[in-house]
Design a protein around this ligand. Structure first.
Ligand code: SF4
Length: 235
């Protein structure tokens, strides 16, 4: 990490707590050009893209294109780029789906989802983040127990850079209020029973009263792809 060595992250996190997401993102832009936002095109991610793009913040944008995203997600990607006049870079795994199937067998996600996530998400993310000093995420504290202690800004020991979570204190309602108010494009699957959307083979609709992330890796015991979980906790 080569970011400002004198920066006291705890003090910064305390100072930024209670500030708006735009104020936090504006603060984060101090790391430009070595700051990026990795979006998975969830509702929260669309909010962050809206804020970055409408306010012309100099923050890089990319997504992990695993090759098995929903058609609706690919369409949203193009819609966001057209709406805001930005480029959301594609970061892809070394192997195509067919190449992975040849090397590891078909539908690796159904047999070894952790290995599949390592090959298609974590490995490419690790390589990508090596070129940055700070990254922004769209996680909210109330999404999962693993995310409950997220600070506005904190060291990311897993990937070795600074992590900024501008929506950490937001609620589900805050997200959708922003989307409606600012007419932010979002994935139509959210209106069809998919509150949390990842790769198509690993995402199913959620029933009434179920946890919003219950449709991710359903039946496997897996709850995170590992992007926002410290190794000591889950790996
Ligand atoms: S979410 Fe599923 S398909 Fe996507 S990388 Fe992880 S295991 Fe593979």
């Amino acid at each position: 990490m080569t970011a400002t060595p004198a920066l006291d992250l705890d003090a910064s996190a305390a100072a930024l707590e209670g500030q708006s997401a735009l104020e936090i993102l504006t603060w984060a832009a101090r790391f430009a050009p070595r700051i990026t936002f990795a979006t998975g095109f969830g509702a929260e991610g669309c909010v962050v893209i809206d804020l970055i793009a409408r306010h012309r913040l100099p923050i890089d944008l990319f997504t992990l294109d695993t090759g098995v995203l929903f058609p609706e997600t690919y369409a949203l990607w193009r819609q966001l780029e057209a709406r805001y006049g930005v480029t959301i870079r594609a970061v892809r795994p070394a192997q195509s789906i067919d190449e992975q199937a040849a090397a590891h067998g078909p539908a690796l996600w159904a047999r070894e989802p952790d290995r599949c996530c390592e090959l298609r998400k974590l490995g490419p993310l690790r390589a990508q983040l090596a070129g940055f000093d700070a990254w922004i995420t769209a996680i909210r504290r109330d999404q999962t127990a693993d995310r409950a202690n997220a600070k506005i800004v904190e060291p990311d020991r897993k990937f070795g850079l600074i992590k900024i979570n501008p929506l950490a204190a937001w609620t589900h309602k805050d997200v959708w209020r922003h989307i409606v108010t600012h007419e932010v494009p979002y994935n139509p699957l959210h209106d069809q029973g998919y509150p949390s959307i990842g790769c198509a083979p690993c995402t199913s609709p959620v029933g009434e009263g179920e946890d919003p992330r219950a449709g991710r890796w359903r039946g496997t015991g897996k709850t995170e792809c590992g992007l926002h979980v410290l190794p000591v906790v889950r790996e």
